[in-house]
Structures are given as structure tokens and as C-alpha cells.
Design a protein around this ligand. Structure first.
Ligand SMILES: [Ca+2]
Ligand SMILES: [Ca+2]
Length: 237
């Protein structure tokens, strides 16, 4: 292998490393600004998985629900009962992780809040963690809709994470999904999350497409150089 080919391969490996590192830090849960969240509060389809409520007159709420192998475990500011429970794919009405949607319904009286964290976890029959996806960075939302029962925001897994969750589901059809959320600037109100199925898989992030076409370009250049070298050497490399 020529020095030039080796250098090309090394730089391709460096690009791959940077892209993989970036994808680790990138959002696994993606906000879909153009998708519409369903109406109907807790007790209506799609199924509620979590509600968090800021205690007293504080402005922050954080809580979740997990599965310990025999029962749900609520934590922090998660509300009891119908609001907060782990869900199987079947209970959420999901067959395809690429079409899984997390719907957020805010009740905030001044119609804005910050979603600091959102973590989706899949648990196996013994409570072991099979999959976890999360929002990369906090998002501030304004102009929320008409209080509780009117859905506001929609989230999905990116394509890579959806493939991982789908593989976990194929191996563990009864896995249970739990959710953790933390919010701020939602004084005196609660925020509900539901799981349901969306219309289609989320496309690959643009960065991965750019990265893919970049690698294809490097490979094509290396091929051209190789065949030019072969021609020069009469086919003996
Ligand atoms: Ca709302
Ligand atoms: Ca607010």
C-alpha cells in the first residue's frame, strides 16, 4: 500500500472516529417541530407514561418511572396512578421503534417551559436496562397550547437509536419502557408525557448523510488512484 493510500485511510479513520464521537454526544431523542401532538389528557389514548409536577410553588419538576423486574418504581415528582406507569410496546400501541413518538402536553399557566432532560429506557424482564436514549440538550418551548389535555410537542428516536431499540424489542418482546423528565419554568402545573406511534420512521440525521457521502468520496478517489497505478504498472501492483 502506498504512503498516499495509507494517509487517505488514516484520515478516513480519523473522520470516522470524530463522527462516532459526535454521534455519542448528539441527541438520541429528537424534537420534531412540525409534528402534531394528539388532544386528550391522561386516561385517553395514546397511553400516558409519565406526569411530573413541580412541588408547591417551585418552578422545577423532575421525576420518572422505571421497572425493577416485578413492579413500576416512581421517583421524584412523578404523579401517581394512571399518570405514571411503564408500558410494553403492545400497551403503547407500537410495533416499530422507528415510529415511536413521545408526546408532551404542558399545562404551564404562562405557556412556556424548558425541558431539561428526557430519557427513555427499555427494561428487560429482570429490570436490566436494554436500551437508553436521551435528549442531548435542554430545549425552551414557548406558546404552549391551552393547558392540560391539549398536546404540545412531539419527540422521536433518531434512526440509529430506533434500530437499537427495535433489536432489543425483537429479542425481548415484553420489554417495558420507562421515562424520566425534568422541566423548569412550569410553576404550579404539571407536564404529561404519552407514548404512541407516529406516521413514519425518522430519517437519518443530515450530519450522518454528509459523513457518508464524504467517505464515499474518499473511497472513490482511492479507487481512481489505484486503477491509475495499475494502468501505469501494466496491471502489476
Ligand atoms: Ca398543553
Ligand atoms: Ca412558564
Amino acid at each position: 500500500m502506498s504512503t498516499r493510500s495509507r494517509n487517505l485511510l488514516l484520515s478516513a479513520a480519523a473522520v470516522l472516529f470524530v463522527a462516532l464521537t459526535a454521534s455519542q454526544a448528539r441527541a438520541d431523542i429528537i424534537y420534531l417541530p412540525n409534528a402534531t401532538a394528539p388532544s386528550g389528557g391522561v386516561g385517553h389514548q395514546p397511553e400516558s407514561i409519565l406526569s411530573v409536577q413541580s412541588p408547591g410553588s417551585t418552578s422545577n419538576a423532575a421525576g420518572g418511572v422505571s421497572w425493577n423486574g416485578s413492579k413500576d418504581v416512581r421517583s421524584g415528582d412523578a404523579k401517581n396512578g394512571e399518570h405514571t406507569k411503564t408500558l410494553s410496546f403492545a400497551q403503547a400501541g407500537i410495533t416499530n421503534a422507528g415510529e415511536l413518538r413521545i408526546f408532551m402536553d404542558t399545562e404551564d399557566p404562562d405557556n412556556d417551559l424548558t425541558l431539561n432532560q428526557l430519557v427513555l429506557t427499555a427494561y428487560g424482564s429482570n429490570g436490566q436496562i436494554l436500551f437508553q436514549g436521551s435528549l442531548a440538550a435542554p430545549i425552551h418551548f414557548g406558546n404552549e397550547q391551552n393547558g392540560q389535555g391539549h398536546g404540545d410537542r412531539v419527540f422521536a428516536l433518531d434512526a440509529n437509536q430506533a434500530a437499537l431499540l427495535q433489536a432489543a424489542f425483537a429479542a425481548n418482546p415484553n420489554l417495558r419502557l420507562g421515562l424520566f423528565a425534568s422541566t423548569s419554568d412550569d410553576t404550579g402545573s404539571f407536564t404529561n408525557f404519552k407514548l404512541g406511534q407516529g406516521p413514519a420512521a425518522v430519517p437519518e440525521p443530515a450530519t450522518m448523510l454528509l459523513f457518508g457521502s464524504g467517505l464515499a468520496g474518499i473511497a472513490a478517489r482511492a479507487r481512481r488512484r489505484r486503477s491509475a497505478g495499475k494502468a501505469k504498472n501494466g496491471g502489476n501492483v
